[in-house]
Write a protein that binds this ligand. Structure first.
Ligand code: HEM
Ligand SMILES: *[C@@H]1O[C@H](CO)[C@@H](O)[C@H](O)[C@H]1NC(C)=O
Length: 319
């Protein structure tokens, strides 16, 4: 009787696991037998890329965010435009801004050489993102795998579903909620801006017109971002001190009213996220732990699995 009860409890436990997790189909061991060296290959590719240019870790992180927010983490952002195909790369949030495609292509080439037609571009992007964060000193996490690649992309969804830098807190919260992420996760994931750069055209209005900004910071940023509309592509770090070091300085900047984007400062402007921003500004360990968990959740957005989608041979082109 005891063993029958045990069996029953065990079975219900496993069926509960299978049903309670929306994304039980993703699994960190997905390629354990079909591509055992995958994690090493991706890590080596990212190590080389970050050694060449530290910023690439940031660029790949953003690529993953922009992929996952548009019809899920399906590598749709990697599909190149052609005469007969319009994808996401020329949508407003990506055009002349999304970068790192060549790094994913190079890693894909190495992965294909080791295990051909097996590993999706969506999974390579998820792993490369984690490795980039780790290489810049951030937290690590286990990446669930088994995503497949889309055959399509949507420029209009990329234009409407990726938040823009002039968004207010209500809009940001709503756009994250539409992807199953709560306001807390908005604040945590925005911490990705601890690394990387932004172009003047994305923060000009903030440094000339916003009032919730440190005066010295505004003066400094104005020097390389003219009010007259020139210098749109001039770059500034999203995090004032350490734009190639993944740490909690982003939150310290927000508390000091030195957020670069209007959307950044919205997280600390007298609203619901102030307390969490303060917490992370003094507690890097809490930020690291929460960021890692939120990245897994970001990576779980609507993956294609099973026989849906395909394993692209070339990340830029449907098979
Ligand atoms: C909350 C809403 C967000 C808005 C409005 C936003 C907006 C932006 C903008 C405008 C840029 C600069 C692009 C350029 O000038 O070329 C940028 C850069 C970046 N974003 Fe976000 N972002 C958001 C959330 C996120 C999230 C959730 C992540 C990752 C978890 C992320 C990661 C990055 C990174 C790493 C960069 C720097 C990329 C590079 O240097 O190449 N962002 N973001
Ligand atoms: C400041 O705001 C005004 C009114 O919205 C706008 O016309 C102007 O272009 C803004 N200035 C800058 C430098 O963005």
């Amino acid at each position: 009787m005891a063993s029958i009860t045990y069996l029953f409890v065990t079975l219900s436990f496993f069926s509960l696991l299978a049903c309670s997790s929306t994304h039980a189909q993703l699994n960190a061991n997905f390629y354990a037998t079909t591509c055992p060296n995958l994690l090493t290959i991706v890590r080596n590719g990212m190590r080389q890329a970050v050694a060449r240019e530290a910023r690439i870790g940031a660029s790949i992180l953003r690529l993953f965010f922009h992929d996952c927010f548009v019809n899920g983490c399906d590598a749709s952002i990697l599909l190149d435009d052609t005469a007969t195909f319009t994808g996401e790369q020329n949508a407003g949030p990506n055009r002349n801004s999304a970068r790192g495609f060549e790094v994913i292509d190079a890693i894909k080439t190495s992965v294909e050489a080791a295990c051909s037609a097996t590993v999706s571009c969506a999974d390579i992007l998820a792993l490369a993102t984690r490795d980039g964060v780790v290489l810049l000193g951030g937290p690590s996490w286990t990446v669930p795998l088994g995503r497949r690649d889309s055959r399509t992309a949507s420029q209009s969804a990329a234009n409407s579903q990726i938040p823009g830098p002039s968004s207010n807190l209500a809009t940001l919260t709503a756009m994250f909620a539409a992807k199953g992420l709560n306001a807390r996760e908005l604040t945590i994931l925005s911490g990705g801006h601890t690394i990387g750069l932004a172009q003047c055209g994305n923060f000009r209005n903030r440094i000339y017109n916003d009032t919730n900004i440190d005066a010295n910071f505004a003066t400094t940023r104005r020097a390389n971002c003219p009010a007259d509309g020139s210098g749109n592509t001039n770059l500034a770090p999203l995090d004032t001190l350490t734009s190639t070091r993944f740490d909690n300085n982003y939150y310290q900047d927000l508390v000091a009213r030195r957020g670069l984007l209007h959307s950044d400062q919205e997280l600390f402007n007298g609203g619901s996220q102030d307390a969490l921003v303060r917490t992370y500004s003094t507690n890097n360990a809490a930020f690291s732990t929460d960021f890692a968990a939120a990245m897994v959740k970001l990576g779980n957005i609507s993956p294609l699995t099973g026989t849906n989608g395909e394993i692209r041979r070339n990340c830029g082109v449907p098979n």
